[in-house]
Design a protein around this ligand. Sequence first.
Ligand SMILES: N[C@@H](CCC(=O)N[C@@H](CS)C(=O)NCC(=O)O)C(=O)O
Length: 199
Amino acid sequence: MKITLYEYGPTRSQRARWALLEAGLEYESVEGRALIHSDELRKIHPLGKVPAAVFDGKPLFESAAICTYIADLVPEKKLIAASGTWERALHDQWVAFALSELEAFLWHSARNQFVLPEDKRLTNVFEQNAEAFSVAAVAMEQALSGQDYLVGNRFSVTDIVVGFTINWARGMRLLKPFPNLRAYVARLFERPHCTLTQG
Ligand SMILES: N[C@@H](CCC(=O)N[C@@H](CS)C(=O)NCC(=O)O)C(=O)O
């Protein structure tokens, strides 16, 4: 299969790159900041965002969808449970939870810190976003009590998607009350293919 990944450094692209490395799949990389909102990228992602990927000529966007598809391409690597199994349901649960209950608040803060033009930024959202993140992070902290990984207590693509979110929160200094989440990210950094960035 011919795979092209449209990516840019320290963004959610890290998820797709990591999934491809774990899967051992070869891919062509189109990389750079200038890609974002470009006409070239808008042909693959309607909003011109990264990551986006093309699989044998078929475009796919949303990092979680890209990662899940990559994991499904290599069942022998056991990066994801089969569709219809309970473990697959747990993958869907934690991915949806991370993106909607955790990452949405990190992203909203980032938009108002450096993504939006200065005249469009709100200044009073940070505390509320940090609080909303923390409320949901309690659930993930509990889920990681007594287990190293989120699904079946073994590394899977779920940890690639969710780990990016938790590492983002670590960078925003939001993990102080969450020792299990801190240990989880540290564990993910130990994986040879990990693409997450320190800082
Ligand atoms: N939900 C999307 C988010 C994609 C996204 O917002 N990517 C950022 C980089 S991390 C981007 O391209 N931002 C440009 C913009 O917001 O216009 C995903 O997970 O793929």
